[in-house]
Design a protein around this ligand. Structure first.
Ligand SMILES: N[C@@H](CCC(=O)N[C@@H](CS)C(=O)NCC(=O)O)C(=O)O
Length: 227
């Protein structure tokens, strides 16, 4: 039976990009369906009725949602390039860092980008503290969180490259100066220059223009979240 793989994603979404990178690294052929998040399609609502968010992977018609779960599914389903290590302890450590990136780094980076001015300073401080923890983790001498090659923690951490850039270009705040975060700066540089990342990142100017154009909408969403 020929398999059918579809990804419901959004080009502006870093979590959607995570799944694309994982599929590309594995060499899985897939159909990409770009979602308009301001007018969600019946397809997205059908396949992710609980969260109503991208990304959703459809494998032979069966949906899987939540990018961290999808990354593990991809790693378990297709052999070849390994996203998570083999060893159970190392796998647990990998899951720990993906969770840390999602629950700590992304949440504070998002708030640093989009909360109201009165809240922003605190959010920026919290984001810096979390990034420092990651900086120290990478200082242990690894090129990537995954070791010599990118793994699921690097893919998850695409958030950082993404939001730090948006903060700088769109919001006008420099979150991670190179002197204080030399290791993470080097990581971003190495990461965005990996072929698979370079080929799949949306064009920088287009991405920043999108966030610039949608600033007010995103501020409005953020103010609902953070009250
Ligand atoms: N925890 C989810 C987050 C998914 C998520 O926040 N997706 C955003 C795009 S980056 C979305 O679909 N937003 C639409 C909405 O919130 O209505 C994951 O990792 O997949």
């Amino acid at each position: 039976m020929t398999e059918e793989v579809k990804l419901i994603g959004a080009w502006v979404s870093p979590v959607s990009l995570r799944v694309e990178l994982a599929l590309k690294l594995k060499g899985v052929k897939y159909e990409y369906i770009d979602e308009d998040l301001s007018n969600k399609s019946p397809l997205l609502l059908k396949y992710n009725p609980i969260h109503k968010k991208v990304p959703v992977l459809l494998h032979n018609g069966k949906p899987i949602a939540e990018s961290a779960v999808i990354l593990e599914y991809i790693d378990e389903t297709w052999k070849g390039y390994q996203l998570l290590p083999e060893d159970p302890y190392e796998r647990a450590v990998t899951r720990f860092w993906v969770k840390f990136i999602d629950e700590k780094c992304n949440a504070t980076l998002w708030r640093a980008c989009w909360s109201e001015a009165s809240e922003q300073e605190k959010a920026i401080e919290e984001a810096r503290e979390n990034l420092k923890i990651l900086e120290n983790e990478l200082k242990k001498g690894k090129k990537f969180f995954g070791g010599d090659n990118i793994g699921s923690v690097d893919i998850a951490a695409i958030y950082i490259a993404f939001w730090v850039g948006v903060l700088q270009e769109v919001v006008g705040i420099s979150l991670m100066d190179e002197e204080k975060f030399p290791v993470l700066h080097k990581w971003i540089e190495e990461f965005i220059n990996c072929d698979v990342v370079k080929e799949n990142l949306p064009p920088r100017d287009k991405l920043f223009a999108y966030y610039q154009g949608h600033k007010e909408t995103i501020y409005a969403i953020a103010s609902r979240f953070y009250k």
